[in-house]
Design a protein around this ligand. Structure first.
Ligand code: NAP
Ligand code: HSE
Length: 432
């Protein structure tokens, strides 16, 4: 074992940062044995020095400015766990790489927006830029893709990558509560990001998917090309009706390379209730990886929280301590190809729910629109609810496989019929 310690500068002393302090406090000997050298924190930074952080930080130098921390002579690895894709996180990460320091970050937003430039900067200096904690928290999915599955051509990456959304959807279903009530519960429980739209708008999960796509398909990170739809419009009615048909609704990310380009979408989908994704409860994450040689791999685990995220950060730190530096996105950043974004076109069955005027011929008009769009109906039924006060007819249709474009066309035709009472709901049924 080398006696030369690996010295960390830790920027951010919140959930993730304090988790790292605690692992090193508790497991210094184990980490040293696995690293082949001691791993120590030399300096830390946060906004408020006076805050009580439930950890002894007295042995560490304090830096008010994260950029100064990142470039200290006694820092070998800059650990960025502050958050935010601009401001100090970006400035300090750039400064660390320019100074030839390794960087470990949990910041998916930073990499989704600036991954290419940061990867080029790291690789030009021959240092590591690692981000295991940024995607699916404690699940070692970056390591699985870049190392364990490196011999595969990846066909598809799928997953539930935002624990807050999965908590909201599964809680709505279990308690029969509407979205807004459970959203407020999640806020009270502290599950939501400071800007809740990062969670419920699908943005956080979209960041994560764009990072996995880059590694899986050898393309530059293309977060702007992810088709995003959040969970704000998922109703308890849809959750219950889907359940009756043997499906659960998930905020599902899917990325695949097609002949037209790279499809990336993060949208609510129906998945079979009995599938591993359908069974996923609460804040847990799941990533499904499909390789040409290996077939399908399913990774499941905690996507957030102090222990799981610090576990992922430490995995990266220990690799660096062992002297392992690999290209940031699996192949050299200069060889990543620009992603050619393709709108999702892979046909799938769709769940359609609509409220129609309850009058003769209304349903026939809808069926005609579907027929004219080349969409075949698999199941159709009218729902009579006991609590229904008006005379509208709630109609549920499950289609055979149809392309997203044909579904969009049919929906636009529905609105010309004059029989719709409300905006129809269309949710893709994903084959998983
Ligand atoms: P957090 O609990 O809010 O902690 C953020 C820390 O950064 C705080 O200590 C804060 O200082 C410090 N900080 C913020 N702005 C700063 C600035 N301008 N200068 C110096 N320090 C600053 O956040 P977190 O949950 O640990 O998340 C950190 C990162 O990990 C984010 O990128 C997040 O997306 C990512 N992540 C988090 C989780 C999770 O479960 N929490 C999971 C995966 C990834 P003060 O304490 O003084 O305010
Ligand atoms: N807000 C994120 C989630 C935290 O709910 O999954 C982890 O990235």
């Amino acid at each position: 074992m080398s006696s030369q310690p690996l010295r960390l500068g830790l920027a951010g002393l919140g959930t993730v940062g304090i988790g790292v302090v605690k692992i090193l406090e508790r497991e210094a000997a184990l980490v040293a044995a696995r690293s082949g050298r001691p791993v120590v924190i030399t300096a830390v930074s946060a906004r408020d020095r006076a805050k009580n952080r439930d950890a002894d930080l007295s042995a560490f130098a304090w830096e008010t400015d994260p950029v100064a921390l990142a470039t200290r002579d006694d820092v070998d690895v800059f650990v960025e766990v502050m958050g935010g894709h601009e401001g100090p996180a970006k400035a300090a990460t750039e400064a660390a790489l320019a100074a030839g320091k390794h960087v470990v970050t949990a910041n998916k937003a930073l990499l989704a927006h600036h991954g290419q430039a940061l990867a080029e900067a790291a690789e030009a200096r021959g240092v590591a830029l690692r981000f295991e904690a940024a995607v699916a928290g404690g699940i070692p999915v970056i390591k699985a893709l870049t190392e364990g599955l490196a011999g595969n051509r990846i066909k598809r990456v799928m997953g539930v990558m935002n624990g807050t959304c999965n908590y909201i959807l599964t809680r709505m279903q279990a308690a029969g509560l509407p979205y807004q009530t459970v959203f407020e519960e999640a806020r009270q429980l502290g599950y939501l990001e400071a800007d809740p739209n990062l969670d419920v708008g699908g943005i956080d999960a979209g960041h994560k998917l764009s990072l996995l796509s880059s590694i899986a398909f050898g393309t530059r990170v293309a977060f702007d090309a992810v088709e995003l739809e959040g969970i704000g419009n998922v109703s308890i009615d849809d959750i219950n009706l889907a359940d009756d048909m043997g499906y659960h609704i998930k905020l599902l990310g899917v990325a695949q390379m097609t002949g037209r380009g790279l499809e990336q979408r993060m949208t609510p989908c129906l998945v079979p209730a009995e599938s591993p994704l359908g069974q996923l409860q609460g804040g847990t994450n799941m990533v499904v990886l499909e390789g040409d040689s290996v077939g399908q791999i399913v990774l499941r685990g905690p996507g957030a929280g102090m222990g799981p995220t610090a576990s992922a950060v430490m995995g990266d730190v220990i690799d660096i301590a062992r002297g392992f530096v690999r290209p940031v996105f699996g192949i050299p950043a200069t060889q990543l190809t620009p992603a050619v974004p393709a709108r999702a076109a892979t046909p799938a069955p769709y769940y359609l729910r609509m409220a129609l005027l309850d009058k003769p011929g209304a349903l026939a008009k809808i069926a005609t629109c579907l027929g004219e769009a080349g969409i075949s109906i698999d199941q159709m039924r009218q729902i009579n609810r006991e609590d229904q006060e008006d005379d509208d007819a709630i109609v549920l249709i499950v289609t055979h496989k149809a392309s997203p474009a044909d579904i969009e066309h049919a929906l636009s035709q529905f609105s010309q019929t004059g029989v719709l009472v409300d905006r129809p709901v269309a949710i893709r049924i994903e084959e998983v």
